[in-house]
Write a protein that binds this ligand. Structure first.
Ligand SMILES: Nc1ncnc2c1ncn2[C@@H]1O[C@H](COP(=O)(O)OP(=O)(O)OP(=O)(O)O)[C@@H](O)[C@H]1O
Ligand SMILES: [Mg+2]
Length: 264
């Protein structure tokens, strides 16, 4: 099961991705959390010590490595590069059965074709999903580049985080449209930083549908973030965590239905 978390900058993608990853890990899923952002935000939100997270290489900065796997001497590139050792080489073990991979961003190389990088990304994504107990959670960057290229392939569920502001709603609507263009199987809006009922009504009016889950505005999230402590460690019983637990249960319903279809 591959889940991508998208939405406008600052809406809460990393907070939700990290908490969800650890909760799924506690349910004995093998979770790979992929950080598409070159910062250490996801690592810290997961509760991986800074010094360990900092040392781990950013996959897309390892240009030599990627090129050695994808490029042939004549300049052609290999469609199915070898990627089975990538998690072992680049993965950082976090708490609750979560492994973090720091992807970073696919950098624009002037006018150079990024085909090798995207071929690598696609191969890696296909490889990451092995069995019914495997979940990949992608914490996407705000831009749409990743979505329209390799990273969005084969995503089973796209969770679009939206806060009650016109700008965040606009981005969410754009993402929804794009998700249809690139054939994302399932797309759901998740409302975050909701202070009162009318906040959610405001969102639902504009998106013209019900949100999948509502996560309240919660000071504990801000405090945990400021202190650089994983929300689950800082305030495990906070309202935001409780809501993310509900979100996890709904996702597990989808996972089970999908697994029954695939594995019987
Ligand atoms: N439910 C919530 N209640 C209160 N504050 C929240 C909530 N969710 C997120 N925040 C705060 O919003 C800010 C942005 O959160 P986060 O880093 O998770 O967003 P993001 O979408 O990953 O941002 P970016 O696009 O920069 O990666 C942080 O300061 C975080 O503490
Ligand atoms: Mg983030």
């Amino acid at each position: 099961m591959k889940i991508a978390i998208v939405g406008k900058g600052g809406v809460g993608k990393t907070t939700i991705a990290a908490c969800l990853a650890r909760l799924l890990g506690r349910d004995r899923y093998n979770v790979i959390a992929v950080d598409a952002d070159p910062s250490l935000n996801l690592a810290i939100a997961l509760g991986i010590p800074r010094e360990i997270a900092y040392k781990a290489p950013i996959l897309f900065n390892e240009e030599e490595f990627i090129r050695s796997r994808t490029l042939l001497p004549d300049g052609l590139y290999i469609m199915n590069p070898k990627v089975d050792d990538v998690v072992e080489r680049f993965g950082v073990k976090g708490p609750d059965n979560v492994t973090l991979i720091k992807f970073g961003e696919v950098r624009r190389g002037g006018t150079r074709c990024l085909c090798p990088e995207y071929a690598f990304l696609r191969a890696l994504f296909s490889h990451l999903i092995l069995g019914r107990k495997d979940v990949v959670i992608l914490d996407m960057v705000a831009g749409l580049e990743h979505m329209s290229r390799g990273a969005a392939r084969g995503i089973d569920l796209m969770l679009c985080i939206v806060e009650p502001t016109v700008k965040a709603i606009d981005v969410a609507l754009q993402m929804h449209k794009l998700s249809k263009d690139i054939n994302i199987k399932r797309f759901e809006f998740v409302a975050n930083k909701i202070r009162k009922e009318s906040d959610n009504e405001f969102i639902e009016k504009y998106i013209n549908t019900k949100v999948f889950e509502v996560i309240p505005y919660d000071e504990a999230v801000v405090e945990a973030d400021a202190l650089g402590i994983s929300l689950l460690d800082y305030a495990p019983n906070s309202p935001a965590v409780k809501a993310i637990e509900k979100l996890k249960s709904k996702i597990l319903d989808i996972v089970r239905r999908r697994n029954t279809k695939i594995y019987g």
